[in-house]
Design a protein around this ligand. Structure first.
Ligand SMILES: Cc1cc2nc3c(=O)[nH]c(=O)nc-3n(C[C@H](O)[C@H](O)[C@H](O)COP(=O)(O)OP(=O)(O)OC[C@H]3O[C@@H](n4cnc5c(N)ncnc54)[C@H](O)[C@@H]3O)c2cc1C
Length: 254
């Protein structure tokens, strides 16, 4: 073995994550399918000829979902994960969590075929390679569409560890994947933090992706950095919602 390569540091995970920018498009779309996914989620599929050029390269992407607001100068705009895109049919599916009160969740609760909305973006994609030794995916209902998409996209031979939050057993769903998946369902934010604390992360190089409520995400980030000594270059912790705030999105700097 070349002695230099034996001493070389492992490849920086930072270099392996690829960021791609997309031209920004706003597309008028029409609802073509509405399917309940358990008691707390609805899957809504939109169609538009203009979706022909739609591109979403990563499970971590988001689009702006736009509907009419209380007045014409106050449209509602919220971030949602492109859960599935069928280029042939020009159909985009979004899975909406039916949380308490909010214009987007309220819209999803009553969504019907024929209704119209506007989809903006995605502006860009952060592509996390699949060839990490393991993938940690942690999140609440707002992150479940992204986690489900990632699991569907991970190929056979990869390994995923999932901590998913659902307030009640009926909110749990099947997590389909060709990867080897170790999944744990928990019923609260604090249980999510505790589950991560108790998790023995595997050896090798892994990528940790977490998304959900602000206070829980701050704690997960601390557990990963301070307790697990997980490298900051190989993690993303994103706030997908914050109690009392509308349309909140923040990536917590590691
Ligand atoms: C990048 C990104 C991707 C996302 N992808 C998805 C997705 O695919 N599916 C999905 O369902 N959500 C997703 N979210 C979360 C979604 O954008 C928020 O839940 C959003 O606030 C919902 O808008 P709203 O109009 O229903 O409520 P808002 O008007 O924004 O908020 C009203 C109130 O409800 C609270 N609230 C908001 N969301 C939740 C929640 N999930 N649980 C409990 N209380 C909440 C707010 O704190 C506020 O007090 C994503 C967020 C981001 C940033």
């Amino acid at each position: 073995m070349n002695p230099e390569s034996a001493l070389a540091p492992p490849p920086s995970p930072e270099r392996r994550v690829q960021r791609v920018r997309h031209e920004l498009h706003r597309r008028d779309v029409e609802v073509v399918r509405v399917e309940p996914l358990g008691p707390h989620f609805v899957s809504v599929t939109f169609h538009a000829p203009s979706l022909a050029g739609f591109r979403s390269d990563s499970f971590d992407d988001h689009v702006k979902f736009m509907i009419d607001g209380p007045s014409p100068d106050e449209p509602v705009q919220r971030d949602y994960t492109p859960r599935r895109f069928d280029a042939g049919r020009r159909e985009l599916t979004i899975e909406f969590a039916l949380h308490g009160d909010g214009p987007a969740a309220d819209w999803a609760r009553q969504a019907q075929v024929g209704q119209r909305a506007v989809i903006g973006g995605p502006r860009g994609s952060m592509i996390i390679p699949v060839d990490y030794d393991w993938h940690l995916l942690v999140g609440d209902d707002s992150a479940l569409p992204a986690i489900s998409r990632r699991l569907e996209e991970l190929p056979a031979g990869t390994r995923a560890i999932v901590i998913a939050q659902a307030a009640e057993p009926a909110g749990q769903r099947e997590l389909a994947s060709a990867a080897t998946v170790q999944a744990q369902w928990v019923d609260s934010g604090q249980a999510t933090v505790q589950a991560l604390r108790e998790l023995q992360l595997p050896g090798g190089e892994g990528y940790a992706w977490c998304a959900g409520e602000a206070a829980v995400m701050a704690q997960l980030r601390n557990v990963l950095l301070a307790e697990k000594r997980h490298p900051k270059e190989a993690m993303k912790v994103a706030v997908y919602w914050k109690p009392g705030a509308s349309d909140f999105h923040e990536t917590l700097e590691a």
